[in-house]
Design a protein around this ligand. Structure first.
Ligand SMILES: [Zn+2]
Length: 455
């Protein structure tokens, strides 16, 4: 080989290498552009439009990936290598100013989400899609129509043999928050936006899953229609005993479970409200069932509740910790408050930080002042009632924290920690019918005082 041929060969190889590397780099780092979007969306929508057989996409992908190229290995193997999770549920709740979608899996998986604008050349709507890696769709999980003015539809499909894709078709949204919750693992998508007027008037008929309490027009509506008519400011209170079913909440000495004692207090509180006031009390649960956090405020919104009271028992690694405290939704000011929120949300401290960052806008200014005032009245009255009978019970005051159960409530909402189940003495109090009654009476005193401030 002459020296000249050698140089030429070297230059050719170097040039080819640069071209190839350049292409790879562009492909990996380029943001989602229109061409990528339409490529992705066309594949996505082919798999998710509900018209085709999902397997068609699976076989195409398997073939493209150099696999067996047929459907059979996918269907017959049961569980694919690397596929271990099942997407078991897809649900949505429509509320006056936000829509919530929850995707539940039977174990934690990695997921990635993207938001696509409406493509210029296609009729496809703007949408959000979330890919769940290492997952399959459980039998019976179907697309759900939403059509509430914010989202049109939630669709689910087996995008690749080991990837489930959930697509939300957007009607009109302003912001979107996506984050995980645990036990069971689920990914929550909260979207906010403005509904069109004719749709917001139809709020009452917007469908939701879960319990179907009676619906009446809210006091808000009635006040709006007949401003001179005297209507009670609070007509309906939702009582939310924490945890339930597979989620025992905090566990105290002798296996005492938070879910049982808070249900007992919640039922007593509801009965008092019904018997002693003209106010309707609606329970998020009145038996030992699991209701996910994301559904509890949705129930309150659905029944047009005027107040939301979540009832819990506190816990700490420090067995000496004791007392009563009441929370409202906001960023945690102390590590202690963040730890309580982590426990009540059933997530790690790291995820609480994530939740605070992600949910900052959703938490900000939403009935914060009203919730803080109600927390104040309830904390004061509850402690006063309790300490009169049970000397020494501490008043830990009103605090703030990112409690997911309160996120999205459209009414003043609080979370009451009625005593420490991790403390031997207070665990005993929590099982005592008399203490439960006193606590319920104290909470009702506080609710009354709060209502009086409204007049
Ligand atoms: Zn709790």
């Amino acid at each position: 080989m002459t020296r000249r041929t050698g140089y030429l060969l070297f230059a050719f190889v170097a040039l080819s290498l640069c071209l190839v590397l350049g292409r790879i780099a562009r492909a990996e780092t380029s943001p989602v552009r229109e061409e990528n979007v339409s490529l992705v969306s066309s594949v996505t929508d082919a798999g998710l439009n509900g018209r085709g057989v999902k397997g068609i996409d699976i076989s195409r992908e398997t073939a493209a990936a150099g696999g067996t190229g047929g459907l059979e290995p996918v269907e017959n193997k049961g569980v694919l290598p690397g596929v271990s999770a099942m997407l078991t549920e897809l649900r949505s709740w429509s509320n006056p100013d936000y829509t919530r979608v929850a995707v539940t899996l039977d174990r934690e998986v990695k997921y990635a989400y993207h938001r696509l604008r409406q493509a210029h050349d296609q009729k496809l709507p703007a949408r959000i899609y979330i890919d769940f890696k290492g997952a399959r769709i459980a039998p019976g999980v179907k697309d759900i129509p939403i059509g509430d003015g914010l989202l049109k539809m939630a669709r689910v499909g087996q995008f690749r043999p080991d990837v489930v894709r959930v697509v939300l078709d957007i009607e009109n949204i302003r912001e979107c928050k996506i984050f995980p919750l645990s036990n069971p693992f689920r990914v929550i998508i909260d979207v906010k936006g403005e509904r069109k007027a004719e749709i917001s008037r139809m709020d009452d008929s917007i469908s939701t899953a879960g319990p179907e309490p009676r619906l009446e027009r809210s006091p808000e509506d009635k006040r709006g229609l007949q401003p001179k008519l005297k209507v009670p400011k609070v007509r309906r209170i939702v009582i939310d005993p924490g945890h339930g079913g597979a989620d025992p909440g905090a566990v105290g000495p002798n296996g005492l479970r938070e879910k049982d004692v808070v249900l007992a207090i919640g039922l007593k509180l509801a009965r008092r409200i019904r018997e002693e006031t003209g106010i309707e009390a609606v329970m998020t649960r009145s038996t030992d069932v699991f209701i996910p956090l994301e559904e509890r405020t949705a129930i309150a919104n659905k029944v047009n509740a005027d107040l939301f009271v979540s009832i819990h028992a506190n816990a700490s690694l420090n067995k000496a910790a004791s007392g009563i405290e009441t929370y409202y939704l906001n960023l945690a000011k102390t590590d202690k408050a963040a730890r309580v929120a982590a426990r009540e949300n059933n997530i790690s401290m790291a995820k609480v930080s994530l939740l605070q960052t992600i949910l900052f806008d959703l938490m900000a200014n939403h009935k914060i002042n009203d919730s803080a005032r109600m927390a104040d009245e309830v904390q004061k009255s509850l402690h006063a009632r309790v300490v009169k009978k049970y000397q020494g019970v501490k008043n830990l005051g009103v605090k703030q924290g990112p409690f997911y159960v309160l996120v999205g409530a459209t009414m003043p909402s609080i979370l009451v920690e009625t005593a420490f189940i991790s403390n031997d003495h207070e665990a005993e109090l929590l099982t005592d019918q008399d203490y439960q009654n006193t606590a319920a009476a104290g909470i009702l005193d506080g609710i009354r005082s709060y209502i009086n401030t409204l007049r």
